[in-house]
Design a protein around this ligand. Structure first.
Ligand SMILES: O=C(O)CCC(=O)C(=O)O
Ligand SMILES: [Fe+2]
Length: 276
């Protein structure tokens, strides 16, 4: 994977994303914010059982039996709200999603802690959540989601760094799944992130250690007219976000979606016909 620092600038990040579908930004989030988020996530993780609480074999397989995942990160630490508004991630997301929507919202933000011995996750594209849009239009489908995997501690290949198949976002055949041999690990320093489009094939790596966890989180945005993975407005209360910025309120579902901001009036996500 190609690597940049924030100071390399948006055009360079976008250029690599266009080529590879993913890019490593080594200093996406400052270390103090990372330390706060990591401590809060590790504390919470102690009370979370690894694996998916689900009857679905597919979902359990995708989640991993020795992987700890949980959402509602803003309930754990105010550091989450800094990460949620990260300037570089938003600059990229605005560029990629604005052709299909005037505003986007949080898809999900979740802890993804891969435990010792966990096999590699199934390779996949995050945009497959919205296959009804993507598949018929592939390979010219619009972007519908943009994600980061953010390292809260050092992430090495041995710990299960995310595997990516660079260039798979432009493959002609949507059904081509890719192989582990085609993938490369996105190793990250703390505060570094793999920033990737929903179209690129990737998956959590195998944790080959005996006793160490991969401490990372995922965060992604999706078009304002799509249903996200995480039901943020049911997880957070108005009291949780009342004093937050309008941007954070919108990202978490506490603002209406206007599909036609240049001709205001076409508002969605209303209460009693009034915008939130
Ligand atoms: O844990 C990882 O590195 C990737 C996880 C992922 O891609 C997903 O669950 O969609
Ligand atoms: Fe994914």
């Amino acid at each position: 994977m190609q690597r940049v620092v924030v100071a390399d600038g948006l055009p360079r990040i976008l250029e690599i994303l266009e080529q590879d579908g993913g890019v490593i930004v080594e200093d996406l989030v400052d270390i103090q914010t990372i330390d706060e988020m990591r401590d809060a996530i590790i504390q919470k993780a102690e009370s979370v059982t690894p694996g998916a609480d689900s009857d679905s074999e597919i979902w359990k397989f995708f989640h991993g039996n020795n992987t700890v995942r949980f959402t509602q990160l803003g309930k754990l630490s105010a550091a989450f709200f800094d990460i949620l508004e990260n300037d570089t991630f938003h600059a990229v997301t605005e560029t990629l999603l604005n052709p299909v929507c005037p505003s986007y919202w949080l898809n999900t933000a979740q802890a993804m802690l891969i435990g010792p011995g966990e096999p590699a996750q199934l390779l996949h594209r995050d945009c497959s959540n919205w296959n009804y849009v993507v598949r018929p239009l592939w390979p010219n489908a619009p972007e519908v989601t943009v994600s980061i995997i953010l390292a809260l501690d050092e992430v090495t290949e041995a710990l299960g760094a995310t595997r990516v198949i660079p260039g798979s976002h432009t493959w002609a055949d949507y059904a081509r799944e890719g192989t582990p041999e085609e993938s490369v690990p996105a190793e990250l320093p703390p505060g570094g992130a793999l920033l990737y489009t929903g179209k690129v094939i990737h998956g959590g790596g195998k944790n080959t250690t005996n006793d160490q966890w991969r401490i990372a989180m995922h965060m992604s945005f999706t078009a304002g007219w799509l249903t996200p993975e995480e039901c943020s407005p049911l997880e957070y209360t108005w009291d949780d976000v009342r004093d937050r910025s309008p941007k954070t309120q919108r990202l978490l579902g506490f603002r209406s979606y206007d599909p036609m901001p240049t001709h205001p009036g076409g508002r969605l996500w209303l209460r009693d016909f009034e915008p939130l």
